[in-house]
Design a protein around this ligand. Sequence first.
Ligand code: GLA
Length: 375
Amino acid sequence: MVFTTESLSDAHRRKWGGSSADVKVYRAPGRVNLMGEHTDYTEGFVLPIALDLACYVTRSKNASGELRVVSENNGQERRWPTSALPVVQPMHDWSDYIVGIAKELFRAGYPVEPANLRVHSTVPIGAGLSSSAAIEVATALALLDGRSIPDIELIQLCRRAENRFVGMPCGVMDQYVCVKAGAGSMLEIDCRTLESHAAPWPEEVAILAVNSMVRHELGQGAYRTRVAECAEARDLLGVRALRDATLDQADTLHGELRRRTRHIVSENARVHDFLAAGSPAERGELFYASHASLRDDYAVSCPELDSLVEIARGIEGVYGARMTGGGFGGCTVNLVDPAAIPEFEAKVRQDYLAAYGVVPGIYRCMPSAGAARQV
Ligand code: GLA
């Protein structure tokens, strides 16, 4: 669902008062990653698109000396004197994203002015579609309120807020695509050089995300463990990052570290193969190979995601399916012939319901533009 500036501004004024000229609207999208999973924190390659699902943060000034925020998603409200923001401690809830961004803005020399914010996100939470980066980037833009900042600084600042204050050791992919994506295209990001390259998405293939409705809790352990395993493998191999390893080198390692390294090396290659692929069928095969690697070598899938991939595989007109994002729940991403979408939706709903007693969420993903003020 896409909100108009007017409806967002009206909702803001119903809560905080003021005139429509006082309210500014900022939008930052969620994302779905097409290829390159868990490669960003090994200085590798990723290939996400931004979604039309987004977080909207509206902003007006106030004279209270406070930063005041209301979340439309859960009805909660928080207030902090702006002077106290640098010493606020994490609450382990949604407000950590707001405070984390405020702190990083202070550190970077962009002091936060008293303001009223209203947050309304249409990115499902915990579904692996990067609701976190969306709220971080939309909040940063709202708190900057027109002060200019280089894209890369904004991206790094938002990632630091998540690493340091929220406590999730994520890579740079989500914040990067949220800021830099272009409508109609996928974005190949080199997570070492932080350079990127947009490639047009072929209109004859539809991208559908299917939500397993298993909420992933990335901060809790497994993601951190994978980051640590990659660092250990890197040190054992004596390379700058696992991005520099080869399959032969991976095979000199043992057990889990061998499998983790195999995933990183093969997944980076799949990003380039995906970009070079000539047909939807070839791209689809790379999707299935990526899923197998994430399931067997990287061990970040779960039975529900595996089942969604197998259901998709049996439907005519589906080119490929794989889990997307951090894993342990969240979504699969599917490449589908547009003519097969009704059949896909019906079959996925029916078979997943029969297997798990849960109706999956299904979202048609339109490659959308990155974050900006919405006028
Ligand atoms: C999460 C992280 C990203 C990335 C993905 C896996 O979304 O925030 O940095 O590591 O998992 O590809």
